[in-house]
Design a protein around this ligand. Structure first.
Ligand code: GDP
Ligand code: MG
Length: 440
């Protein structure tokens, strides 16, 4: 997968104490392939890699202590830039009611997203109103009507024999009468771009003058979504994009291409079928996703400021020998509390990216960390070094001392045991060594 590929680029780049131009070229070749595989348009990739190369060669990267990480960071920053830098909010300015028109192919998620937006806007104190203007699929009106009822949002009573443009015009009158401030028009889609449909959308646009024409794209369709977005933009001059089904396997390459090719901002991301599963689009999150790195980059930055190389080396040795005990855990936890989790701590150690999935089971929520610290503090040094000796009466003492239940003490010990098991597995020789001159 892309994530693995970049992980290996990352490692390869990190493996060099110093980078030279040809190292960077090699690394960027991998990045290029990875982006193409993530379904990013080839023109976009070409420009992108050129930009990154210029920056990577021009900056202090070559002489820096962590050249590989610098390159990855530049890639990440440039991705964010390509994705628009910052979130672009809905443009709801001027006099209400505002009109938002949903457009896109059939099955892309228009109807769902219209309802999701209604919920989103209501939470922002707008009074939404839903308009089913897809009269071709018999179930489409019903679908939006049900979603509206679920939300308690008024829905225009469209019927299949009505003309979509007439529906919208009459719905605007009705919405105003009901004192609604945002009108969400759900339009029909086709399986392919269709001239008649396009003309109908143009008709709605002319009559309703929407503030926002959102193109809804299914992230899973990759490159195809880009071609379709281009066409919709040509005809409708869209104002933004909603990228749906990002809860699936899609890596988000389409997001990058749509933004660069249409020049229109992504505004929202669909993260599931439920109505609450709509997120405001954050370029940095999608950039990380495309890189397949989660929030590794932020962690790198945080880690660099909180942990020095000697400590990292000492920690790594302990991990390697599976000697990392509860006392070490507490020390690290105190120091890097900002990182928030066991996962965060383990990410500081080279080669840990691979087991991130496994770690998710061991992860603890941030608010639990205070409790954990209290529990470990209530243990004797002997107990911290060798948790095995913690018998039931010791558990009771620890629970009392830290103001938690015995169950919570048990949970901590179980989590820690799991982590130690993992350490033992890695101590079996699979863990890569610290790079020469590398900081982490
Ligand atoms: P439309 O034809 O464009 O109106 O698409 P629909 O809104 O009817 O959505 C088509 C299918 O995609 C439905 O089964 C939705 O539940 C599903 N869907 C829409 N958005 C998302 C999303 O963000 N994530 C997931 N997993 N499914 C979605
Ligand atoms: Mg629909």
């Amino acid at each position: 997968s892309l994530s693995d590929r970049l992980e290996s680029v990352f490692k390869k780049l990190r493996g060099h104490g110093r980078l030279d131009e040809s190292n960077i070229q090699d690394g960027l070749r991998e990045v290029r392939l990875a982006l193409l595989e993530a379904d990013v348009n080839f023109k976009v990739v070409k420009d992108f890699v050129e930009k990154v190369k210029a920056r990577a060669l021009g900056q202090d990267v070559l002489g820096s202590l962590t050249p590989g990480q610098q390159v990855i960071k530049i890639v990440h920053e440039e991705l964010i830039e390509l994705l628009g830098g910052e979130n672009c909010a809905l443009n709801l300015s001027g006099k209400p009611p505002y009109v938002i028109m949903m457009s896109g192919l059939q099955g892309s998620g228009k109807t769902t997203s219209a309802a999701k937006l209604a919920l989103f806007l209501r939470r922002q104190k707008y009074a939404p109103y839903l308009v089913p203007a897809d009269v071709y699929r018999p179930a489409a009106i019903d679908q939006l009507t049900k979603l509206g009822a679920e939300l308690g949002v008024p829905v225009y009573p469209s019927t299949v024999d009505m003309n979509p443009v007439d529906i919208c015009v009459d719905a605007m009158r009705d919405a105003e009468l009901k004192g609604c401030s945002v009108i969400l028009i759900d339009t029909a889609g086709r399986l392919h771009i269709d001239e008649l449909l396009m003309q109908e959308l143009v008709g709605i646009k002319e009559k309703c003058r929407p503030q926002e024409i959102l193109f809804v794209a299914d992230a899973m369709t990759g490159q195809d979504a880009v071609t379709v977005a281009e066409k919709f933009n040509e005809v409708l001059d869209i104002t933004g994009v909603v990228l749906t089904k990002m809860d699936g396997d899609a890596r988000g390459g389409a997001a990058l291409s749509i933004k660069s090719i249409t020049g229109k901002p992504l505004k929202f991301v669909g993260m599931g079928e439920r109505l609450s599963e709509l997120e405001v689009f954050h370029p940095d999150r999608i950039a990380s996703r495309i890189l397949g790195m989660g929030d590794v980059l932020t962690l790198i930055e945080k880690a660099q400021s909180t942990i020095d190389s000697k400590e990292a080396e000492a920690l790594e040795k302990k991990f390697r020998k599976a000697e990392f005990d509860l006392e070490d855990f507490r020390t690290q936890m105190r120091r890097i509390k900002k990182l928030g989790s066991l996962e965060g701590i383990m990410k500081l150690i080279p080669g840990m990216g691979q087991i991130r999935k496994q770690l998710q089971d061991v992860q603890m929520p941030e608010k639990e960390l205070g409790k954990v610290e209290a529990m470990i503090s209530s243990m004797t040094m002997a107990e911290r070094h060798e948790p095995k000796i913690i018998n039931p009466s010791r558990k009771q003492r620890i629970a009392k001392g830290s103001g938690v239940t015995v169950t919570e003490v048990n949970q901590l010990l179980k989590n820690f045991e799991q982590m130690q098991k993992m350490m033992k597995k890695m101590a079996g020789g699979k863990m890569p060594s610290m790079p020469q001159g590398g900081r982490m």
